[in-house]
Design a protein around this ligand. Structure first.
Ligand code: PLP
Length: 452
């Protein structure tokens, strides 16, 4: 009856898993924003180092993690897998709940699993500075940390609403040496265009991406880093699932249900892809479920079609579940889940029927998050409370049916910088939002129509 299932450093996986070659159908191509023709590696070269572009389009099932990256991973990896005995007891459920805890990283979330290799490959190719966007501040701090380790400059556009609400994330980024701007800013053409239309714009991830991409595209020594959505990002995160497979094997368990919160899809992909591989091989048969906010339901209410990754329409067109690239979210507290699209790879796997999705309102998520804190001790970030809420729903179903299901989730970050959200919850001030179908339909009229 272990509580904490650990691995030795020597048991840490030394390869990332690329699910693409194992899928029954390849994902649709990425298209040029102007010509609508499939793009090649050279089209991405102004923004990303070649090593990451080659990973983005790789057909190899496994990619070796460089020694320099493994060295940094060892600061917090392998991360622990916990059995949630006290949560189970509070729910009086026969289900067994496990959570893989990624809050042990320096930035407090799973994001350094990809910021570290991204900074490493950029430094290796002589890049001097990285630009990026951040919503809740988790990705910005993960990249600031990685840039400090590999001696790169780091410039971050933080969504204005969270820049004002989460000052400590900004100080953390600055401590690691990054420069932080609220977005929209007057430093870029895309930011100025938004401010002209609405001087009080709260910003969005899509707008902040436009600003960071614009600056990187104009400077040959600067490249851009994205914290989610792209194939190589999801691949870097698979170390979570590879470790979890080993840890569950140690205690002789196999999951019946795997739940993960989905913003852009990276912690979910990172946990689930190695399990989907085992499922496709016939070694296990878990149900695998994405959980998203009812206020930002890209999988459950968005359309599966080509759209831009940013608001200004500068990025390539990717086929994904989208709410439309000019989506401006309601002010829910799970800032990291407020992106208009879903990773093309997660969208594709959802279309193939390999995973399911459900949307949950934030009050139910915080109910589950507070119950989790009061039983397991860890105060979760608002994002993974979505996955915890889904696990609680399932555990309660098991109580009705008497099923002893094994539930696995990723507790992908702690909430120590999200205490304003808990303050609002405890004061009874949280409001539930539903994203209306009409708004999705209206936004689709501004999404490009791609023939075929
Ligand atoms: C960024 C972030 C998310 C959302 O991003 P995904 O790519 O969907 O994982 C979720 N949880 C935490 C803690 C985050 O930092």
């Amino acid at each position: 009856m272990d509580t904490k299932i650990t691995l030795n450093e020597s048991e840490m996986p030394t390869q990332w898993y690329n699910i693409i070659p194992d899928l029954p159908e390849p994902p649709p191509p990425v298209l040029h924003p102007g010509t609508h023709e499939p793009i090649g590696p050279a089209d991405l070269a102004p923004l990303f180092p070649m090593a990451l572009i080659m990973q983005e389009v790789s057909q190899d099932s496994y990619i070796d993690i460089p020694d320099e990256v493994l060295d940094v991973y060892r600061l917090w990896r392998p991360s622990p897998l916990f059995r949630a005995h006290r949560l189970e007891k509070a729910l009086d459920t026969p289900a067994r709940i496990y959570y893989k805890y990624e809050g042990v990283s320096p930035a407090g979330s799973h994001k350094p699993n990809t910021s570290v290799p991204q900074a490493f490959y950029n430094a290796q190719e002589g890049v001097k500075k990285l630009t990026t966007e951040t919503g809740a501040g988790q990705w910005g701090s993960a990249l600031a940390f990685a840039c400090a380790i590999f001696g790169l400059g780091c410039e971050v556009w933080q969504v204005s609403a969270s820049y004002d609400l989460k000052p400590y994330r900004k100080i953390m980024m600055e401590t690691w040496g990054a420069t932080v701007h609220p977005s929209p800013s007057d430093l870029t053409a895309s930011g100025r265009a938004i401010l002209e239309a609405d001087p009080n714009s709260p910003g969005s991830l899509g707008i902040a991406i436009s600003e960071a991409v614009e600056v990187a595209a104009q400077d040959p020594d600067t490249k851009y880093a994205l914290g989610s959505v792209l194939n190589h990002v999801l691949m870097h995160q698979t170390i979570i699932g590879e470790e979890a497979l080993k840890q569950l094997a140690k205690v002789g368990e196999s999951p019946d249900l795997l739940v993960g919160c989905t913003g852009g899809g990276s912690n979910f992909g990172g946990l689930s892809f190695p399990f989907i591989r085992e499922k496709m091989k016939g070694n296990m048969d878990p149900t695998i479920r994405c959980v998203e906010p009812a206020a930002c339901p890209s999988l459950t209410k968005g359309e599966y079609r080509y759209d831009f990754g940013d608001t200004a329409g500068m990025t390539p067109l990717v086929k994904m579940h989208t709410l439309g690239h000019d989506f401006v979210p309601d002010p829910i507290h799970a800032g990291g889940l407020r992106y208009h699209g879903m990773a093309p790879l997660v969208s594709h796997i959802y279309e193939l029927g390999l995973v399911e999705a459900e949307a949950i309102h934030q009050k139910e998520c915080f109910d589950a998050g507070v119950l989790f804190a009061r039983t397991e001790g860890i105060l979760p970030a608002p994002e993974p409370t979505h996955a915890i809420a889904a696990a609680v729903r399932e555990a309660e179903r098991c109580k009705e049916t008497g099923e002893e299901k094994v539930i696995l989730t990723a507790l992908c970050g702690h909430g120590h910088f999200d205490l304003r959200s808990y303050e609002a919850y405890l004061a009874g001030e949280l409001v539930d939002y539903d994203y209306p179908e009409e708004k999705v339909a209206a936004a689709m009229e501004r999404v490009p129509v791609i023939a075929g």
